[in-house]
Design a binder for this molecule. Structure first.
Ligand code: AHM
Ligand code: MG
Length: 336
């Protein structure tokens, strides 16, 4: 569409998803309703993050403010908002949050068919210094009406019906896939609406950036060590890659999606399963990468094929541009 059309014919996220769903005659709008509750949660967190410094919301869990009210830490507050928004959508049956040890089984009168796994506010080490943080989510569909159990979410990532994240950065960006490509929306604060700004995102086939916590290098395994060495000292005459590492998965993955390259959180001697959680960090980001034409690999298989055994299970992850992930796959294959 022309510049003029884009400016006057606003494609909000709700309109976009309604359009997509209308292609499915069996659709009754349940997904659109669920998504609008997730979006509401993100808008709330965005506002809270933006005024965190002012409102002294930060780092005050268990503390009291001048009115003598208890103040909640931003991640605890975000979790409460998402859990309530998701339950009140009437479209969920089971919720898994990074903040809660146990899954939340929604009470029968409020149940719907979707299972939502999420990290309400990821990037905890960046909260107190105002660096980008985000919310990550993945959605499964319960096929038939039965009493929900954790088995309904202990499924491989390829079974997700949708995944996305919201980044609270210099702008607030919502990235979504419902299994037909990836689209990005930016919050227009004056409208309070997410507007389609990045239609049909495709990750570059190869990138010039690698993203990893190199401080863990002494504990890495052979393939990871070799790969990062290759990024810095390429032997094929190509230029070295640049290193970018925010330490917020949403920001590091968002940059990787738009600019290309690779994001790694490998296993190391201290964390043999890596750090990132399968259900609500590894799977949603891997789903988005594949939908954008990239790849996601665990060090021994396609990430979306992994079958988690526990709610908060971790896995090493290498994701990003197709060709860059091919290289790390080759190094692991050579190891065997
Ligand atoms: P968190 O869930 O405690 O916020 O940890 C997850 C974050 C990710 O956003 C990021 O990719 C990673 O931890 C960074 O870890 P490290 O500080 O070890 O590099
Ligand atoms: Mg997290």
């Amino acid at each position: 569409p022309s510049e003029e059309a884009r400016r006057t014919d606003l494609m909000t996220i709700t309109r976009f998803v309604l359009n997509e769903q209308s292609k499915h005659p069996e659709s009754r709008g349940d997904f659109t309703i669920l998504l609008s509750h997730i979006v509401l949660g993100c808008k709330f967190v965005c506002t809270a993050v933006n005024k965190a410094g002012l409102a002294k919301l930060i780092g005050l869990a268990g503390d009291t403010n001048v009115q003598g009210e208890e103040q909640k830490k931003l991640d605890v507050l975000s979790n409460d908002v998402f859990v309530k928004a998701l339950i009140s959508s009437g479209r969920t049956c089971i919720l898994v949050s990074e903040e809660d040890e146990e899954a939340t089984i929604v009470e029968p009168s409020k149940r719907g068919k979707y299972c939502v796994v999420f990290d309400p506010l990821d990037g905890s080490s960046n909260i107190d210094c105002g660096v980008s943080i985000g919310t990550i989510f993945g959605i499964y569909l319960m096929k038939d009406a039965h009493e929900p159990t954790v088995d309904d979410v202990l499924l491989p990532g390829k079974k997700m019906v949708a995944a996305g994240y919201c980044m609270y950065g210099s702008s607030c960006t919502f990235v979504l896939s419902t299994g037909r490509g990836v689209n990005g929306f930016t919050l227009d604060p004056s409208l309070g609406e997410f507007i389609l700004t990045h239609p049909d995102i495709k990750i570059p086939k190869k990138g010039k950036i690698y993203s990893v916590n190199e401080g863990n290098a002494k504990n890495w395994d052979g393939p990871t060590t070799k790969y990062v060495e290759k990024c810095k000292f390429p032997k094929d005459g190509s230029s070295p890659k640049s290193l970018r590492y925010v330490g917020s998965m949403v920001a590091d993955v968002h940059r990787t999606l738009l600019y290309g390259g690779i994001f790694l959180y490998p296993a190391d001697k201290k964390s043999p399963c890596g750090k990132l959680r399968v259900l609500y960090e590894v799977f949603p980001m891997s789903f988005l990468m594949e939908q954008a034409g990239g790849q996601a690999f665990t060090g021994n298989q396609r990430a979306l094929d992994l079958v988690p055994k526990k709610l908060h299970e971790r896995s090493p992850i290498f994701l990003g541009s197709y060709d860059d992930v091919e290289e790390i796959k080759a190094l692991y294959a050579a190891e065997e």
